[in-house]
Ligand binder design. Structure first.
Ligand SMILES: Cc1cc2nc3c(=O)[nH]c(=O)nc-3n(C[C@H](O)[C@H](O)[C@H](O)COP(=O)(O)OP(=O)(O)OC[C@H]3O[C@@H](n4cnc5c(N)ncnc54)[C@H](O)[C@@H]3O)c2cc1C
Length: 463
């Protein structure tokens, strides 16, 4: 589909109906409107509809379907593979649907489908409450929460999907429906992990927890001590109280304050901790960590949760080069640790990193078929990301990420977290949902038989 193939009369009709605006190739704001977080991905939609309300979403979905355009939906635009946009098709940009309304008495929040995590944390923290989501505040709540949602509160409060109480969606036929325990329960099951496959989610109702100030921050250890540290961590975290969250990382110390100059750019093993229990219990919970050999820096301190949730933002601004690979992991055997350290020594750029996010604790309370998240037996979501500001380094960071992933994949549980994968094909999507894929495909056939919503980690309609 090229620009010229869009029928002008029908487009005029669409524009007249919208409260929001339309951006097309050639418009002054086209490049800004189509930009994605990952600078490695360059997509050129034929039409971008910046919706202002739910009626606009309905009009855009109907228009795209009737015109036979590929439809993409954009929340925060953070997906690594650029699944929040599409070449030559229709992009529905939800950015203006970013309201977050908190019902403090009932501990719930209504989150607009285009809200960013920073919007959610700010609104909920104002009431001393929080819902579990991701670690960078510029990520879209829509994409992150519907695909799973791993972060600093996972062991305490579960995945984001474990906290979705309901949603409002625009379906492929343009109808607006609710999905919750009582209304369309099959759809409610499917959206808690099935991403944007079932419709455009205009509102998510999320459960909130009384988490306000946390005791949190990084600890860094020398890379020489990493094998011993990781052997300790793999046992420790799985036996720690659920109030303690802590993801393991290989990273380079950022070359800026507050990090001491002598550590700048040093490759280290790290754990980013987040203690959600009473502040006076933090020292005891972290005493063992502090006694691990090779500790270089202890940055753990009390802070409002949103401070932790935005601490990485300055390191990772939009528009840089990103290449992702992920796996679910049940165990971290000694041979895997050897490989980890080998690739940590070769981090290709200072922003490149590997994270092992614990997904046990409260996230293990849901069973393997309670939501589409098929790997409740996995203990970590492992992600390897090559990142740099310079496009000239794209090849080096991609090659490092792929080689690292291939070396570690044999030790993994099989599938991966759909939100931390690139566009890796149908078999990989199936593997990620495991035993839940067939049920997802049947629900997809019921709600989106024509696969109108296919610009995503796609679940093909059954039959
Ligand atoms: C810097 C960075 C940090 C990250 N940190 C974490 C983390 O801590 N934890 C974690 O779990 N993940 C994390 N991720 C991965 C993140 O979950 C995915 O990138 C996710 O897709 C982001 O959602 P988005 O709305 O920004 O993405 P987009 O690119 O806008 O969309 C991604 C997909 O979701 C669909 N989608 C988005 N919103 C809606 C909606 N309202 N209705 C229907 N479909 C929708 C889109 O159609 C698309 O298929 C991170 C990503 C980045 C780049």
């Amino acid at each position: 589909m090229t620009d010229l193939q869009i029928d002008t009369a029908s487009l005029d009709e669409l524009v007249a109906r919208l409260s929001g605006t339309v951006v097309r190739p050639g418009d002054a704001d086209y490049d800004e409107a189509r930009a994605l977080y990952n600078g490695m991905i360059d997509k050129r939609p034929a039409l971008i509809v910046r919706v202002a309300d739910v009626d606009d979403v309905v009009a855009a979905v109907n228009y795209g379907r009737e015109q036979g355009l590929d439809i993409a939906v954009r929340g925060g635009g953070h997906h690594g593979a650029g699944l929040g946009s599409v070449d030559d098709g229709l992009l529905i940009d939800l950015a203006a649907l970013n309201g977050v309304e908190v019902d403090a008495a009932n501990r719930t929040a209504e989150i607009g489908g285009g809200a960013l995590l920073g919007d959610v944390d700010a609104a909920t923290n104002a009431h001393g409450l929080a819902t579990p989501a991701g670690i960078i505040s510029t990520t879209g709540a829509g994409g992150l929460m519907l695909g799973g949602g791993i972060g600093n509160l996972t062991r305490t409060a579960g995945l984001s999907i474990d906290n979705i109480l309901g949603a409002e969606l625009v379906l492929a036929d343009g109808s607006v429906v609710n999905a919750n325990e009582n209304e369309n329960p099959d759809l409610y099951w499917a959206i808690r992990g099935g991403g944007g496959n079932f419709g455009v989610v205009t509102k998510i109702i999320a459960k909130l927890h009384p988490i306000d100030t946390v005791v949190a921050g990084p600890m860094f250890w020398s890379l020489e001590s990493a094998p011993e540290l990781l052997r300790w961590y793999r046992e420790f975290i799985l036996n720690a109280p659920e109030e303690l969250n802590g993801f393991f990382a290989f990273l380079s110390v950022p070359p800026a304050p507050p990090f001491p100059e002598e550590l700048h750019l040093q490759k280290v093993a790290a754990v980013i901790w987040c203690w959600t229990g009473p502040a006076e219990g933090a020292d005891e919970a972290l005493a063992e960590a502090r006694s691990q050999p090779g500790l270089l820096l202890d940055g753990v301190q009390p802070m409002p949760l949103p401070a932790l949730q935005s601490a990485f933002d300055p390191i990772f601004p939009p528009g840089e080069q990103w290449y992702w690979r992920a796996d679910f992991v049940e165990e971290i055997p000694d041979e895997a640790i050897e490989k980890h350290v080998e690739f940590a020594e070769k981090l290709p750029t200072w922003k490149s990193t590997m994270h092992l996010y614990p997904i046990d604790g409260a996230a293990h309370r849901a069973g393997p078929t309670d939501t589409p998240w098929g790997y409740r037996n996995a203990n970590w979501g492992q992600v390897i990301v090559g990142v740099d500001s310079d496009p000239a380094n794209a090849k080096a960071l991609t090659e490092w990420t792929i080689a690292y992933h291939e070396a570690l994949h044999p030790f993994s549980a099989g599938g991966a977290y759909v939100n931390m994968m690139m566009d890796e094909g149908q078999e990989r999507v199936k593997a990620s949902y495991g035993q839940n894929y067939e049920r997802l495909a049947r629900i997809k056939a019921q709600y989106d038989p024509g696969n109108v919503f296919h610009v995503n980690q796609n679940i093909r309609p059954a039959g």
